[in-house]
Design a protein around this ligand. Structure first.
Ligand code: IMP
Ligand code: MG
Length: 178
């Protein structure tokens, strides 16, 4: 037990960026006359970022969660995306903000965006804390991104390695065992 983890993005940087994103997103919606949104956090990883972001949005915010399976305990997406937990609230006619921890291949988000689009959302935007653009396989439009990161496996702030380290308050990289 106990992998060595080095800090990639410190806690203060993450918090500062979430504040900025919240301000920007709130202003963008207001400019368009949108006063209420349905924020959908993607479980489990996106839950940490979703709740922090929601607190920084100067809008009426309904909150819900969805879960999709793609990885299991491995570190590579296999392209099979399945909804394992759906929202309680209806997305129909609502302005939806999807909040995810990281976009890697883009497969999970592409599938989720399609499903939500088919359900008659008024608008859909995507906000991710982290983006690994080098790894993209399925193209998705990212409206808001916290940080672009290189192709390294990260943990913390909701992100896990075999279900561990989600509760770290910073973004870290697991060092390979020697
Ligand atoms: P995608 O379908 O490949 O874009 O996968 C996105 C999902 O993969 C995220 O929601 C994470 O759960 C997981 N993931 C991708 N990269 C990492 C990483 O570096 N650390 C932890 N989880 C990751
Ligand atoms: Mg995830």
């Amino acid at each position: 037990m106990g992998d060595k983890i080095s800090v990639l993005i410190p806690e203060e940087k993450v918090e500062e960026r979430i504040r900025e994103l919240g301000k920007q997103i709130g202003e963008d919606y207001k400019k368009e006359g949108v006063e209420e949104i349905l924020l959908i956090g993607i479980l489990k990883g996106g839950a940490f970022f979703a709740t922090e972001l929601a607190k920084r949005l100067d809008l009426q915010v309904m909150v819900d969660f969805m879960a999709a399976s793609s990885y299991g305990d491995s570190t590579e997406s296999n392209g099979n995306v399945k909804i394992t937990r759906d929202t309680d609230l209806s997305v129909e006619g609502r302005d939806i903000l999807i909040v995810e921890d990281i976009i890697d291949t883009g497969r999970t988000l592409k599938a989720l965006l399609e499903i939500i689009g088919q359900r008659g959302a008024k608008s859909i935007r995507l906000c991710t804390l982290l983006d690994k653009p080098d790894r993209r396989v399925s193209q998705v439009k990212v409206d808001y991104n916290g940080f672009k990161i290189p192709d390294v496996f990260v943990v913390g702030y909701g992100l896990d390695y075999a279900q561990r380290y989600r509760n770290l308050p910073y973004i870290g990289v697991v060092e390979p065992e020697k």
